[in-house]
Design a protein around this ligand. Structure first.
Ligand code: C2E
Ligand code: MG
Ligand code: MG
Ligand code: MG
Length: 290
């Protein structure tokens, strides 16, 4: 299949590839083999409480370490995995790995909350909730120690079926988050009815909110909207201390971004946990008039 190497690395998936072509068949068999050969890796990115700087948990993000092509980011194979249905196996793998790590941490006395991303296809899977429940039971995890992130567009693909899955998950006690909020075509009528607890503001609004007044206004309004609907609000794409403080002033609950920590392999995440100290200026700014 076409492995184009641009300035930004390997592109494994080209949407122009015909789904039934030889190329796409071999990519699919490579993905299957990648699962068998354990080429996928669990990466974790910290999520923090913006007021105190304490660690709430982490988001689980997949990486593919291909034997020849090297490191491949999710944007280069997730869309293909979604159209072929392979994503369902990958999602189960991610849930399994994340649950295993979460329970290992709990045995060491550290209780954190981990989020895993779901795709539209996962929401169509009638068995997903049951399979996830089985994983939680096997690792003796309470559902509240896990959160599932779903984009607006994944839900709007087939709202009725998505809603059925989300309701099953929510009834199990699992937290649900709307990911990349503001980028999909969402309908507030649906948002109102969804059994979600958390709203994640897309990083495209957050990254430059310090310079871009429009972005700042969008972020502020989204925080208010989320809170008015009784949701926890988290901002992704926090790349500087200045943005952290701005978000905190606006009352945003949690943050995730390169400023606190990039996505990292499990061992590095453990080191990060040991060394993380909230910015010293956090205490001082508490008393500042804002
Ligand atoms: P996402 O779920 O919205 O994840 C956040 C993405 O933003 C991650 O990209 C993360 O590395 C990036 N990010 C976080 N903080 C910052 C920041 O401060 N600055 C910038 N510039 N970027 C930041 P990543 O890991 O490349 O993942 C991209 C997308 O791929 C994810 O977006 C998610 O939609 C999808 N994805 C990743 N892993 C999985 C998975 O296991 N299953 C599914 N279904 N999708 C996944
Ligand atoms: Mg996410
Ligand atoms: Mg996101
Ligand atoms: Mg995203």
């Amino acid at each position: 299949y076409s492995a184009k190497t641009g300035g930004r690395g390997v592109v494994v998936y080209d949407p122009a590839i015909d789904q039934t072509s030889q190329e796409s068949l071999s990519l699919l068999s490579e993905l299957r083999r990648a699962l068998e050969r354990d080429e996928f890796m669990l990466y974790l990115q910290p999520k923090l409480d913006l007021a105190s700087g304490s660690v709430i948990g982490a988001e689980a993000l997949v990486r593919w370490v291909h034997p020849e092509k090297g490191f491949i980011g999710p944007d280069n194979f997730i869309p293909f995995a979604e159209t072929t249905g392979f994503i369902r196996m990958l999602t189960i793998w991610m849930l399994e790995k994340t649950a295993a790590f979460c329970s290992e941490l709990q045995l060491r006395g550290t209780h954190l909350k981990f989020s895993v991303n779901l795709s539209a296809r996962d929401l169509m899977d009638q068995d997903l909730a049951m399979r996830f429940a089985e994983i939680l039971t096997r690792y003796r995890l309470s559902p509240v120690s896990m959160c599932l992130e779903i984009t607006e567009s994944a839900i709007m693909d087939d709202p009725a079926r998505a809603m059925a899955t989300l309701e099953k998950l929510s009834n199990m006690g699992v937290s649900l988050a709307i990911d990349d909020f503001g980028t999909g075509y969402s309908s507030l009528a649906y948002l109102k009815r969804l059994p979600v607890d958390e709203l994640k503001i897309d990083k495209s609004f957050v990254m430059n909110m310090e310079q871009d007044m429009d972005d700042a206004r969008i972020v502020r309004s989204t925080i208010d909207l989320g809170h008015n609907m009784g949701l926890r609000v988290i901002a992704e794409g926090v790349e500087s201390e200045a943005v952290w403080f701005l978000l905190r002033q606006m009352g945003c609950d949690q943050g995730q971004g390169y400023f606190m920590g990039k996505p990292m392999p499990v061992e590095r995440f453990l080191e990060w946990l040991q060394h993380w100290r909230p910015p010293e200026s956090l205490d001082q700014s508490e008393n500042m008039a804002v």
